[in-house]
Ligand binder design. Sequence first.
Ligand SMILES: *[C@@H]1O[C@H](CO)[C@@H](O)[C@H](O)[C@H]1NC(C)=O
Ligand SMILES: *[C@@H]1O[C@H](CO)[C@@H](O)[C@H](O)[C@H]1NC(C)=O
Ligand SMILES: *[C@@H]1O[C@H](CO)[C@@H](O)[C@H](O)[C@H]1NC(C)=O
Ligand SMILES: *[C@@H]1O[C@H](CO)[C@@H](O)[C@H](O)[C@H]1NC(C)=O
Ligand SMILES: *[C@@H]1O[C@H](CO)[C@@H](O)[C@H](O)[C@H]1NC(C)=O
Length: 945
Amino acid sequence: MAGVNPMLAGVLAISCCYSLYLAVAQTTDPTEVNALRAIRNSLVDPMGNLHTWNSGDPCTSYWVGIVCNSSANDHYLHVQELFLLNLNLSGYLAHELGLLSHLKILDVMWNNISGSIPKEIGNITSLELLLLSGNQLSGSLPAELGYLSNLKRMQIDQNHISASIPESFASLNRVVHLHMNNNSLSGQIPQELSRLKCLLHLLLDNNNLSGFLPSELSKLPILQILQLDNNNFSGNTIPDSYVNMTELRKLRLRNCSLQGRMPDLSMIPQLTYIDLSWNQLEGSIPANKLSDNMTTIDLSNNFLGGSIPSNLTSLPSLQRLSLENNILSGPVPAFIWRNTSLSGNKTLILNFQNNSLTEFSDVLNLPANVTVLLFGNKICANGSQASKFKLCQPQIIPLEFGNSTNSDEYRDSCPTNLGNEYNQSSPILGSCVFPVGVGFRLKSPGFSYFHTYEDDFKLSLPFRAYQLHIDSYAWEEGPRLRMSLKIYPNNSKPFNDMEIQGIEEKFRMWQITLPSIFGPYELLSLRSPVQDSPTANRVTKLAAAGIVLGAVTGAIVMSVVITVFIMRKLSRNQVSKRHSGQTSPIKIDGVKWFSFEEMALATNNFSSSNQIGEGGYGQVYKGILVDGTHAAIKRARQGSLQGSKEFLTEIMLLSRLHHRNLVTLIGYCDEECEQMLIYEFMPNGTLRDHLSAGSKAAMNFSRRLQIAAGSARGILYLHTEANPPIFHRDIKTSNILLDSKFAAKVADFGLSKLAPIPDAEGTAPDDVLTAVKGTPGYLDPEYFRTNILSDTSDVYSLGVVFLELVTGMLPISNGKNIVREVNHACQSGKMFSMIDSRMDSYSMECVKKFMSLARKCCRDEMKMRPSMSEVVRELEVIWEMNSESDTDTNTDTTTSHSFSLNSVLHDPVTTSSFHITTKPYIRFDDNSGETPTSLNPVRCLPIRR
Ligand SMILES: *[C@@H]1O[C@H](CO)[C@@H](O)[C@H](O)[C@H]1NC(C)=O
Ligand SMILES: *[C@@H]1O[C@H](CO)[C@@H](O)[C@H](O)[C@H]1NC(C)=O
Ligand SMILES: *[C@@H]1O[C@H](CO)[C@@H](O)[C@H](O)[C@H]1NC(C)=O
Ligand SMILES: *[C@@H]1O[C@H](CO)[C@@H](O)[C@H](O)[C@H]1NC(C)=O
Ligand SMILES: *[C@@H]1O[C@H](CO)[C@@H](O)[C@H](O)[C@H]1NC(C)=O
């Protein structure tokens, strides 16, 4: 094969996305190693949090807070993330930071680092998050930071940074969040910032900024929060153009020395929060009605005159209106709380103290949850009706006090000295676990009182699979809302490392999208159930494990890529170059490449009426391709984009798999920051749809059995025929699709991991250590505990699917686990009560056998479960028994014989060199005391229901 090498080099040069050396040499780029050493030497680490940085290789020896990735262009690992949040570090930031040329995230928040921001950070063009909040940094902002063309988030708030904002920041084309509040910035706000087309939140409050407010800021097309309070724009006015900021939610100009009139903000449709207090605004309050979303209006401490517009009476979401210390006159509009929804505990505070108001006619009608403050008005003159009531007393506006609902009721049984806690929100009484503790802060919330929004807030956090508890919250200067969150596992089993990592990542990578009313958030601290090792350490270990696996996968993908390329080169002497994006031009036989335009066309521009599903990965659309083919198009959500490597892995895998019980991949799209997979369309949707209570026609037992066998056959193919073998890892009823004849097809290989490959002697490890992924309720408990994945983890998930098929239940409902419920019912002789009552007629014996098989699949211990081929064989037995008993009862002609059991086994299982042979043989006798089943076909007795 001497001729291959130059060609290989050529292929590598063309593909330039993967390195063949990945699996061979895994060390960190030496330049970066030296840079990290310099960074370490300039930091002071009193707690020894960086002790792992003293030896070994950063990427492969688990240095704290370092996450690496392999590179497209060389064979080194590169530091992609530096995560040193809240580690008690002081010292300064070394200029060698600029040498971490692959860095995407630089996070040193909440330490005591001083000195200035090294200008060399501006050299890291890959940087996406620059997070320096909460340190002692001083000096000026380097203009070089403006070169960070990929930066999405700059948080330098709560430091001592001075001098002016560089005009070069106008080049931060992608920046969404610019948080520079609570520093000592001075000078004029550059009007050039109006070029930041992606800017959502501009926080510049609590600085020494001066000059005028640039009217050009109104050109920021999506700006939602403009927060400039506590600066000194002495003598200047609020630009008229600001009334045109159509996306604005929050405008804070408190204590800015502003003069002139208050702008009419009624044209801003979603405005929720205005604070213009402590200025010298004069004239009257505009009479037009503000947005229905207004929660807070603070115009206090100005020189506003005239009367209170009656339109302030019709704001349904209002929580707080403060007009204190102005020169308002006339009456308080009648029923000023009219139209405000006061349901539940909603609070409404109307503060009119120290004006010249003359009348308040509704004294006696005041609802209990409305507070009106009238002290210092003419209304309260001695002898008036109002003066007899408390509302004329000088009062301090009630603050909202955070709840703290820790109950000690079950504490006794909980060994809290180990850091465990009783989980108050758990449906399982007395469950005692160590929660993940998160210090969390809303930096600029759009409301004044949280309790109305607390439920929305909880629902917006992506932790439905767990129990989320707001331990306490408190308002802080700003106002900002600080909270202590606790996240508990959904059952009494402690979190495993991967789950914790998943939770942490959501916070520290800003993967949580909150409704705009909550504004930006920040992570203050993380406390994880592993006590002896700091958070970052564990993150690094896991990340490193990911790298090793990634490298192996990468090498396999690469070898396939190379093979494909070489074969194409030999046969056609050309390499397809159809790609317009930066990704490598890869043509995979049997899989079509589609452009983004073609996909937009097929799905009616991804219209919501074409959407047929949604998963963690993104949305699924129904589409019609140019040739008329119906297709299901799986579009990765922005932010959940896989690396090209994972994406290509999935395509490579799928393109080589052909089986009637697997969904076929038609093509893919990978351009313009979009990743899509195009599958054959399955007209009958997911199995879950047909089992849910809402489904129109309940399926009979034969059809359910047919689906069970089809799914098992598809998975058996993945385990034994795919080369290398594949563990699915996310088998669930929503991943089993049904074609027009209700034949089952297994879908979604997004979580697939290649199974271990036999070594030279032909032996293979039985299992592979890997990241726990999957869906709660379907997760193999042993895999969950140990992170060790084996083919029987898929057996477990499939067993859960079988249980759903026979019971119609969800894997987890109301905190109850289907496996536990069924086992419990069977052991107490109530198996019959579990059977889906919507199944028409069936043979009791067959259903029993099926149930018993399902339960064996769901045994806690891997070794006690049958292998996939045994599952398929047993289903054959049940099928034959069922067909014999079924001939006279089955009225559904579409199912009965479209399926032949021989076809279940038509794929030989012997080609696998490790799968079957290394498994201990498991007999199908049930040790739970049920009738032993036999592998000989037995005629089942039909019963009618
Ligand atoms: C940063 O880039 C500039 C050129 O833009 C170069 O002169 C300088 O040496 C670089 N600094 C570092 C630390 O790489
Ligand atoms: C607001 O925008 C409209 C339309 O673009 C424009 O005609 C108007 O002059 C703007 N108002 C201000 C005060 O800039
Ligand atoms: C209240 O607001 C509406 C809509 O902005 C406006 O048409 C109306 O004139 C206002 N009412 C008063 C009394 O000013
Ligand atoms: C404003 O109110 C509407 C209707 O209640 C709601 O759909 C929208 O989400 C709200 N906007 C904000 C920013 O809260
Ligand atoms: C109202 O507040 C009380 C105590 O502050 C609380 O117990 C209750 O659950 C709240 N009700 C609603 C609907 O929020």
